[in-house]
Structures are given as structure tokens and as C-alpha cells.
Write a protein of this length. Structure first.
Length: 311
């Protein structure tokens, strides 16, 4: 099979195509013929030597990627049969090895792909949607009427967070540049804040929950508009180490989270996709031979929705 091996941490030139043996599967695992891969900031960070690089540096070969949608071609699990179309985030935060034509995966990390959506749309709704779900539902337990502030609301995690929060009955405020305002509002946000020209203090207040994907000053500014006892969850960015201390100082609750592979959560996301309660927004689709270009596009930091690689 064709795989993309990371020869060394650094530039996209270190992503090298190689022919590797087909992976074997153990009890409880399935072998997936990959149809689509989702690219995330953690892919780019890990490639460059940050992200999950420290955890993967002794693996040989290193194959990046965690988000897949595809077809089961062999199964040693009672959960899925050959021919099933499945999607999920595999082995995160471990070694996912998704940048391959075939990948072995724990069946417990997967869900059946809804029939009505494409493999590209399914692959998009993995790490990003899981992060949003686990932050908003599993951790914050948002409820109807909560005032929820989503930073980077047009991005990978943000666009799912807006939809999930709105589905849960929250009043949603999303931040982005003004050029993405219409997109953020189309996701269901009740208000939009242009972070380039507006301040949080001047535009909103009484926030129950903040999902922050930026860190640093974004945490400080968010705390100024939160209710006492509110919660701010920060997605690892390298700038969120002090979130708990800063939140405690103003009577709020703050902590970072790292998404975890979870097939039960994937099933809940699959149900939302099936019902149309949430939708995947794919901004760009690259071919497997264009993985370097996909990384470079994500590195611009201007992505709206998700970037997908079709295998």
C-alpha cells in the first residue's frame, strides 16, 4: 500500500511517499480501506516538531494523521463487518497512522458512517467535531439558555462547536474575522464578533461558557466578560498553561482539554449528522498526492471549515 512517511520533523518536504506492507489487525480491530482523511492543526504542528512529536519521535516509521472515513475490508470485532462504511479519530493522542491507503483501527474508536453524507464530510467530522462535543457536552455540560462564546468560530473545531451548542439550546456568540461573519451566522450563531475591530468587553457580557482555541490574551479577554462561576475550556495551543490560575483569580473555572478517541461519542456525532442537526463544511479537497499542499494550505491559518484529502 502507499503511505506517507514523515522522515524527520520539519517542512512539508519531509512527507515522503513509500510503499509499505498492509497493516495486520488484532482482536477488537478492523482494517479500513481509507477513502478520505481530515487534516488538522495538530498534524501540521507534529510534522514541524511540536504537537505530538515528542510522543512519536521514537516510532519508526512515523505516519501522521488520525481522522479517516472508509470501508472495512477485514474485521476481528463484533462491532463491524466487512463492507461497513465507518469513520472516526483513530488512536488519538497516540500514533494514528492515517496517511495510508489502508489503516488498522480499534473498532471502539469508530462509528458507522451515515449513508446520507460523503466520506469527505464524514472524515471532517472526527477530531474537530469530537473536540467540540467533548468540550461542550461531556465537560461543560451546556444547557438550554446558556450564553456560549466560541472563539475561531469559522475554524475546524469552532464551526462544529457553534452547531453543537445551538443544537443544545444555547445562545451562541462566535468570533472570527469580518470576512467569515456570514459563514459563522449561517452555522446558527446568534451574534458575531469581529476580533479584528471589536473587543469582547465592548460587545458582550454574562457569558456562561467559553471555548477557546487561541490561548494567551484570548483567555484574559474572555474572562472579563464571563459570569462568576462560568467555565472556560482551552484547547491546547501552547498558550493555555495558565488558564486554570487565571480563571480561579476571577471566580471562574478554567482548564485545558485534549480530545480522546471515543467510538460512543462518534455515534452521537453520527446521529447529529444523519438528522441534519450538524453539517460538515469542507472548504478544500486535495488528492492523496497533494498532501504537502494540504499542509501548506492549513498553515495559512485562514481555513474556513475543514481541509480534506481524498485517497
Amino acid at each position: 500500500m502507499k503511505s506517507i512517511v514523515l522522515k524527520d520533523f520539519g517542512s512539508v518536504d519531509n512527507l515522503v511517499y513509500e510503499e509499505l506492507p498492509m497493516p495486520s489487525i488484532n482482536d477488537g480491530e478492523v482494517l479500513i480501506q481509507v477513502k478520505a482523511i481530515s487534516i488538522n492543526p495538530v498534524d501540521v504542528k507534529t510534522r514541524s516538531g511540536k504537537g505530538r512529536a515528542e510522543k512519536l519521535k521514537d516510532e519508526h516509521p512515523i505516519i501522521l494523521g488520525w481522522d479517516v472515513s472508509g470501508v472495512v475490508v477485514a474485521s476481528k470485532s463484533d462491532l463491524f463487518n466487512e463492507g461497513d462504511e465507518v469513520f472516526g479519530m483513530i488512536n488519538f493522542p497516540g500514533h494514528g497512522k492515517a496517511y495510508s491507503e489502508y489503516v488498522s483501527a480499534p473498532a471502539s474508536h469508530l462509528a458507522l458512517k451515515p449513508v446520507k453524507i460523503t466520506h469527505e464530510e464524514a472524515a471532517a467530522a472526527t477530531l474537530a467535531a469530537l473536540t467540540a462535543w467533548q468540550a461542550l457536552v461531556d465537560h461543560a455540560k451546556i444547557k438550554k439558555g446558556d450564553r456560549v462564546l466560541i472563539h475561531a468560530a469559522a475554524g475546524g473545531v469552532g464551526n462544529y462547536a457553534v452547531q453543537i451548542a445551538k443544537h443544545g439550546g444555547a445562545y451562541v456568540i462566535g468570533t472570527s474575522s469580518v470576512g467569515k461573519k456570514d459563514f459563522v451566522l449561517s452555522l446558527g450563531a446568534d451574534e458575531h464578533i469581529d476580533y479584528t475591530s471589536q473587543t469582547l468587553e465592548g460587545t458582550t457580557s454574562n457569558i456562561d461558557f467559553v471555548l477557546d482555541a487561541i490561548g494567551g490574551d484570548s483567555i484574559d479577554n474572555s474572562l472579563k466578560v464571563m459570569k462568576k462561576g462560568g467555565t472556560i475550556i482551552s484547547i491546547p495551543s501552547g498558550l493555555n498553561d495558565a488558564v486554570a490560575t487565571k480563571a480561579e483569580a476571577v471566580g471562574a473555572i478554567g482548564y485545558p482539554i485534549m480530545v480522546q478517541s471515543n467510538g460512543e461519542d462518534m455515534k452521537k456525532i453520527a446521529a447529529l449528522l444523519e438528522s441534519g442537526a450538524i453539517r460538515s463544511h469542507v472548504s478544500q479537497v486535495f488528492s492523496f498526492d497533494e498532501m504537502r499542499a494540504a499542509h501548506l494550505s492549513l498553515e495559512t491559518g485562514k481555513t474556513q471549515g475543514k481541509i480534506i484529502v481524498r485517497v
